[in-house]
Ligand binder design. Sequence first.
Ligand code: 3SL
Length: 232
Amino acid sequence: MASIDVCFSPELLHLYSLEGKAVVAVDILRATSTMVTAFAEGAANIFPVMELEECLSFAQRGCLTAAERNGIKAEGFDLGNSPFSYMDGAVKGRDIAITTTNGTRAIRLSEKADEIVIGAFLNLQTVADHLITLGLDVLVVCAGWKGQFNLEDTLFAGALVERLQKHFSYEYDSSLAALHLYQNSKANLVDYLRQSSHVRRLERLEIFKDIEFCLRHDAYNVLPVWRQDRLI
Ligand code: 3SL
């Protein structure tokens, strides 16, 4: 039986070997939720990059550019990191280069994996079904916040473990911890996360509706996967 494990921060990635594994990269608030939304809205390819300057250079290749730092849209870019800003029809058929504080970093640091898929509550079941078919050992890579653990990515990991528990084993306690956390809070995730650091950070920036949206389960059946240098 294949296994599922959870890496609570990209800073802990050195503890894991990624070869032969499928990584689920997750940044619930908000990068991976936004990417899933962008594909659901018809985006063609997404290029996740780590640096602002590199991201901006993609404009010469005809890409829309998107950037967020510390929760705020970076100046000079077409888009920020709110899923709602990808819903006005402008991303349909377009390539997008995006850089965010933590999410795009988690994706790029996972490049040694055999497969990277982008996970969010929004596409939870689609990700789960894909992993069952794939049959590889799975590592959920939580983006966290600047190296620190966060609750929302861990809750997603727990939700995925719950959906996969009949098909996957878990060797370490990280999967069990994430599962228990999710099971004890899933009745009202919005309330549970109210005191979490990133929800408080976003609310200070007057970002409210994104939080509830990013916690919706199974709204889309898109599966962004990493191929070579991009998500397709
Ligand atoms: O850290 C990230 O990658 C972002 O998703 C953070 S924010 O939700 O846009 O503030």
